[in-house]
Write a protein that binds this ligand. Structure first.
Ligand SMILES: Nc1ncnc2c1ncn2[C@@H]1O[C@H](COP(=O)(O)OP(=O)(O)OP(=O)(O)O)[C@@H](O)[C@H]1O
Ligand SMILES: [Mg+2]
Length: 369
């Protein structure tokens, strides 16, 4: 699968932008603030129906304009797919495939899988467990249509249950029958979520270690460890065992909403024991693992967006990564850089099919056609 043409109108700093792309490596180079990340973000839009930078669609409209439009022509399983996203101030976002409007945006998720790395990825290591849960949940949602719905249902039931506990806190009255009904559903959805997250961790441990070793060129042992109340105990039993505590605190203390994923270098958390370069390598390996996992599930190579890959990584490691992702196992790749020579040199040394777009002078260089 690959993006053949991308066109933007009034998207962030671009009034108009239109470009044909290479099915292998595309490299956007230019100074800070020129719009490299914005281009990758527009591709993210076409896959996830939203920005990975801004929460609100409105912020993506170019200043002083009142709409933006993103058009992408894709080649997917030998079919041409025209995807467009339009947003006008104070109107509903319009998202279309081949001219037909999606009724629900969730129907589109997973159709054009994308894996992206950004400098913000270090949040995966340093931020709270919710960021890691969201990372794993987003991966699973790209191939499992029911998963997102299960998550929404779980959170809905959890809210209801917490409401009852909060009321108990005020009134000292608890309707045990009502609680049991919520518990049954919480267990049903929670177990499904647990299974999917657990499979992700067990299915990817080898490949994750492989990527890390290849990129760092050493045998440091790295791993992802799933930490969940459901690993050792039966969820239903655990819930009833914690009822006194839940009543005392006024919310649900056990369940998959408390899950976390430990990122380990040897036996130690990479957060405290890893250098910046090791942490960056860890996160990139994680993203490549994500790529492999999604590909193995849907038999389609996701588009890989590598934003600011030189941030904290030396040229040697970037060359290894570029070589790795140019392998036929991978599909189309987008890379950004501020240096005018670094990526062109690497791509020429490795003799990889590519297109280089210099956003500062609007020149493109290709080594194919
Ligand atoms: N809605 C908007 N309207 C106009 N300009 C915008 C809008 N949103 C973002 N920008 C501008 O886009 C520019 C940032 O672009 P982007 O983050 O893509 O740069 P970059 O090339 O990735 O830079 P860096 O090398 O620093 O990562 C900023 O100058 C910002 O002001
Ligand atoms: Mg950027």
């Amino acid at each position: 699968m690959f993006l053949k043409n991308l066109s933007l109108i009034n998207f962030k700093n671009f009034d108009t932008f239109d470009i044909d792309l290479c099915d292998k490596v595309n490299c956007f180079i230019g100074d800070n603030g020129i719009g490299k990340t914005n281009i990758l973000d527009s591709i993210h839009y076409l896959s996830f129906c939203k920005s990975f930078v801004n929460l609100s669609d409105r912020q993506n409209i170019k200043d002083d304009e009142d709409f933006f439009l993103i058009n992408g022509d894709f080649s997917r399983l030998d079919n041409e797919e025209k995807i467009s996203c339009a947003f006008q101030k104070d109107k509903k976002k319009s998202f279309k495939k081949n001219g037909a409007e999606y009724q629900k945006l969730s129907e589109h998720i997973g159709f054009l899988p994308v894996v992206y790395t950004t400098p913000y990825d270090s949040n995966l290591i340093h931020a709270g467990s919710d960021v890691r849960r969201k990372f794993v949940d987003t991966i699973i949602s790209q191939f499992d249509k029911n998963y997102l719905q299960t998550l929404i249902s779980y959170n809905h039931i959890l809210e209801q249950r917490n409401q009852i506990l909060k009321n108990y806190y005020k009134t000292r009255h608890l309707d045990m029958e009502e609680l049991e009904i919520w518990d049954m559903q919480l267990v049903e959805f929670g177990e499904k979520i647990f299974k999917a997250r657990n499979s992700f961790i067990t299915d990817t441990s080898e490949i994750f270690q492989k990527y890390y070793s290849l990129i760092s060129n050493n045998m440091e042992n790295v791993s992802l460890k799933y930490s969940s109340h459901l690993l050792e105990d039966d969820f239903a039993e655990k819930l009833s065992a914690s009822i006194d505590r839940d009543k005392f605190l006024g919310f649900t203390n056990v369940g998959v909403h408390k899950d976390d994923f430990d990122f380990l270098l040897g036996e130690n958390p990479i957060k405290r024991f890893g250098s910046q370069g090791q942490q960056k390598t860890f996160v990139i390996s994680l993203k490549l693992t994500q790529f492999d996992y999604i590909k193995s599930k849907i038999n389609l190579a996701p588009i890989l967006l590598l934003d600011d890959i030189f941030d904290k990584l030396d040229k040697k490691r970037v060359k290894v990564i570029t070589g790795l992702v140019s392998d036929e196992n991978f599909g189309q790749i987008f890379i950004t850089d501020t240096s005018y020579s670094r990526m062109p040199n690497i791509l020429n040394e490795l003799d990889i099919k590519h297109k280089i777009v210099n956003l500062s002078n609007n020149k493109t260089v290709t080594n194919y056609e």
